[in-house]
Design a protein around this ligand. Sequence first.
Ligand code: FES
Length: 178
Amino acid sequence: NESFSLQPDSPSLSRRKLLNFLTGAVVATTTGAALYPAAKFFIPPSETSEDGGILAKDQLGNPILASQLLAEAPGSRALIAGLAGEPTYLTVREDETLSPMGIVDNCTHLGCTFPWNSNAQQFQCPCHGSLYDARGRVVRGPAPLPLKLTRVVVKNEAIWLYPWHELDPRTGERPWWV
Ligand code: FES
């Protein structure tokens, strides 16, 4: 995982914890993918908004602040606990905002979890070799469909996640998961 680089000149404790979590999560993803293709290893967050959103949290159940993720370089990915406990990748964009497209870490072939390869700029499924581009479109099968999306909304530093019901901007069509 090269999504985040640790700075040698002592980041704050909270930031270091976050980085440790993110690194650990990706390692867990890779290991879990090999052993338990459909495993969901996150505990679903419980905080919800009135309009059906849930707060993005780390594995300790602490809300993740947008500023924590935006402190990382553009192009970085963070793996967080998403809707229904599905691990979800959030992306720091070039304009230093979070992408509204969260990408669910669940391969559309047989449900393995997978790491982000920053060198190749791809999500690479270790189970049967499917490759997805940075937006979750299939580059190489056997995956038949693009990765599921989650809507990401930042409000006052909090990161809220919602089911994605709108058209899929990658295909211009109704999402396959709706
Ligand atoms: Fe990902 Fe088969 S589960 S390629």
